[in-house]
Design a protein around this ligand. Sequence first.
Ligand code: SF4
Length: 324
Amino acid sequence: MNIRHDWTKEEIQAIYDTPLLELIYKASTVHRQYHNPNEVQVSTLLSIKTGGCTEDCSYCGQAARYHTDIKVQRLLPLETVLEAAQKAKDSGSSRFCMAAAWREVRDNRDFDKVIDMVKGVNDMGLEVCCTLGMLTEDQANRLQEAGLYAYNHNLDTSEDHYNNVISTRNFSNRINTIDNVRKAGITVCSGGIIGLGEKDADRISMLHTLATMLKHPESVPINALVRVKGTPMEDMPKVDTWDMIRMIATARIIMPTTMVRLSAGRIEMSEYEQAMCFMAGANSMFSGDNETLLVTPNPSLSADQMLMKNLGLNPMKSKKEMAI
Ligand code: SF4
């Protein structure tokens, strides 16, 4: 199968609507052409600055304007971050992601500290990823020079649905940051969340934006909304796992070389449901010993180790380790 960047929405919709078992079979076939189906990239995500965010993403417990139980935490010290990265590496993670609840990066001392964190984690041989909000080209260059491997900036949803979810920025702001990341030579991690009240057409549109980029994102997280009490999305219905499987399989087929990440929402899935997601082409997940994904619950490290053992999955080496 060729790598295509000219998908139409109609084609993507037709893939998404394929009878489920046929869709899984097709996605699984593509997966086997481009990836080792017995390997999963295990990433660890650490919140280096939590809560108090000025944005109004209506799914997020870290937005200052919502009344959630999340405790605000200022930027962590370098040593704490490096300790967490070492622990993650020791437990099999090949990628370490650092997240700060900022609208955008500012050129201040906190950014200098993040640059030191990137250097330190990079020196450990881990793939370093950051998600810090909007970035200028200069800031992206600084991160790249420090050794940043990937930058996460999710589209979240479709361009049409965007303003129903977030009003403090727009879809084109997202695309600008992704462009700045690309220009700096950093790999792109960008996906979205389902369960935000979107229609199927919005899901297709979001996948279409990703799959028609000049270069597909190297990593595409597919998240199921985790309903956080106190946010405007707290009463949304639970995302159906079949929908997650459809999204993962469609992403796998239209972006064959991408790491498709089964991301937020695993806590509400059984081992069997997660196995179906891997069958449908997911080959990446977040795992760690803090049992949270930023501020929402995630399975425990021991549960994930058991899952991988039961499915015969091995943790993937980092690109840096593979180059040695
Ligand atoms: S998703 Fe990010 S930008 Fe939006 S409110 Fe939460 S921390 Fe802020």
